[in-house]
Design a protein around this ligand. Structure first.
Ligand SMILES: *[C@@H]1O[C@H](CO)[C@@H](O)[C@H](O)[C@H]1NC(C)=O
Ligand SMILES: *[C@@H]1O[C@H](CO)[C@@H](O)[C@H](O)[C@H]1NC(C)=O
Length: 458
């Protein structure tokens, strides 16, 4: 009976030790003192006797490391809570192993704790769970202690202190919403430096990839701040704001709508059209592409705002070579999106949503505008780059525009030569794919695109 009790006691003490080490690491250094006063001493003949030794530091406690296998305990070894301990009747030795359950909750008088028996630290989820459990249980679950336990209690920490530490932990496991509120406030502080604002924006950018977070950014007024930042004068801030905007609206229709309503598109087109470093334009282009994708209303708005003109000017500007494939990709995606929506109506029974989408896409009159603004001549310029995938993108776009660019293609003597030269090159490259499975043919695919393009110009 007494042995069981002492085992419980020693187990509990080490439980405290374990949780203390965790809390010390996480939150405060106060625990160290409470812990260092406790150690477990066991007599050699197996007649267990625990006592408190005030002189021994916590580092001196030899703590048994349980595994999933039964292991013999050496005298003097402390057993972490959450271990199974048994007496081996044949050898007379105590043995211990890990309990299957990883998280152990314990309470002792006014103290409560959590021990992770498998890992040396907790995951955020585990901590959240523990905090929730502590809050739910409060002091109701406390049981009556025996007198000896009450003695031990005097060395433990009162609940109020524990709560303070838990509050600190609470801060450390703040929700995404809390983090974003903090970042938005940081962005909004009038005294914040550019570096602080950029840092806040980059942290936000990471968070808004999650659909719910991006919506929260809108609801807490952060989207407006981001758009205001775009409208500011500092280049690095504009770049970071465009980055956040692009990520927030990516595949997130609700946020796309909010951003357009807040005037983001106008701002982005202005940035695209005015003199800005390429690094800024790159992020602006990213934001525009994300904003326009699957959003015909924004696309027709973009056209009306002169977006295609601004893109063309950027394409022609020296230094923008690295961005050209992104611009062409944006145009190609818009053309194909509209085509796909039109085709979808052919083999399904169109419902009202589809009709509305069709109606909206019909208002995006991109192809005539592209022809009018010289894109029939610009896209083929991408063929002159050495990158295979750039050429592929150019060929696909060239073909997608052919209904409106036929005449321009035929009148461009350079285009025919370029296509023929490329055809020869890819014919050779296609030979290297001899013997490969069909899905691995890449150069042959480009060769087929070249053949189709050559047909269009003759
Ligand atoms: C930014 O600060 C202003 C003035 O201090 C305040 O009115 C506004 O609500 C704040 N915006 C956000 C999103 O916190
Ligand atoms: C952008 O800033 C200018 C002045 O700097 C202001 O007149 C304009 O209203 C702002 N636009 C938006 C959409 O906030």
């Amino acid at each position: 009976m007494s042995a069981v009790f002492q085992e419980q006691r020693s187990g509990r003490r080490v439980a405290l030790l374990t949780v203390c080490i965790l809390l010390v690491r996480l939150a405060s250094a106060n625990y160290e003192k409470a812990v260092s006063a406790l150690t477990v001493v066991e007599s050699v003949n197996g007649d267990e006797e625990a006592h408190v030794d005030d002189e021994v530091d916590s580092e001196d406690v030899e703590v048994f490391q349980p595994t999933s296998q039964w292991q013999t305990l050496r005298p003097g070894q402390a057993v972490p809570a959450g271990s199974h301990v048994r007496l081996n009747l044949q050898t007379g030795h105590r043995e211990a192993k890990l309990d299957e359950e990883v998280l152990k909750y314990w309470s002792d008088g006014k103290r409560q704790g959590i021990v992770n028996t498998k890992a040396s630290s907790f995951t955020t989820e585990e901590l959240k769970k523990a905090l929730k459990k502590f809050k739910e249980e409060g002091v109701e679950s406390l049981h009556q202690d025996s007198q000896k336990e009450a003695e031990l209690k005097s060395q433990f920490r009162p609940l109020e202190e524990l709560k303070k530490d838990m509050a600190q932990l609470d801060l450390m496991v703040e929700t995404d919403f809390q983090v974003m509120s903090r970042l938005v406030a940081q962005l909004n502080r009038s005294v914040a430096t550019v570096e602080e604002r950029v840092a806040a924006l980059l942290d936000l950018e990471y968070l808004v990839h999650q659909v719910d977070n991006a919506r929260d950014l809108v609801s807490m007024g952060g989207m407006k701040l981001v758009i205001d930042t775009l409208n500011g004068t500092h280049l690095q801030l504009q770049e970071s704001a465009a980055f956040v905007l692009g990520s927030a609206v990516s595949s997130n229709p609700q946020v796309q709508v909010s951003a357009v309503e807040a005037g983001a598109l106008q701002m982005l087109v202005t940035l695209l059209a005015t003199d800005r470093p390429i690094s800024v334009k790159k992020k602006v282009l990213f934001a525009i592409s994300s904003l326009l994708r699957n959003f015909p209303f924004a696309q027709s708005h973009f056209l009306k705002l002169g977006g295609v003109q601004a893109l063309g000017d950027l394409f022609r500007a020296p230094g923008s070579e690295g961005l050209r494939v992104r611009m062409v990709t944006l145009l190609y995606d818009m053309i194909v999106e509209k085509e796909l929506v039109s085709q979808a109506g052919l083999d399904t029974i169109p419902d009202s949503t589809h009709q509305e989408r069709l109606r909206q896409y019909n208002q995006v009159s991109l192809l005539p505008l592209l022809a009018e603004q010289g894109w029939c001549g610009l896209v083929p310029q991408l063929l002159l780059t050495p990158e295979h995938d750039w050429r592929e993108k150019a060929l696909r776009t060239l073909l997608a525009m052919s209904s409106h660019c036929g005449l321009a293609y035929r009148q461009d003597p350079g285009l025919g030569h370029a296509l023929s030269a490329l055809r020869q090159q890819y014919q050779e490259l296609a030979l290297s794919e001899e013997g490969l499975a069909e899905e691995d043919w890449y150069f042959r695919e480009i060769l087929e695109l070249l053949d189709s393009a050559l047909l269009k110009i003759h």
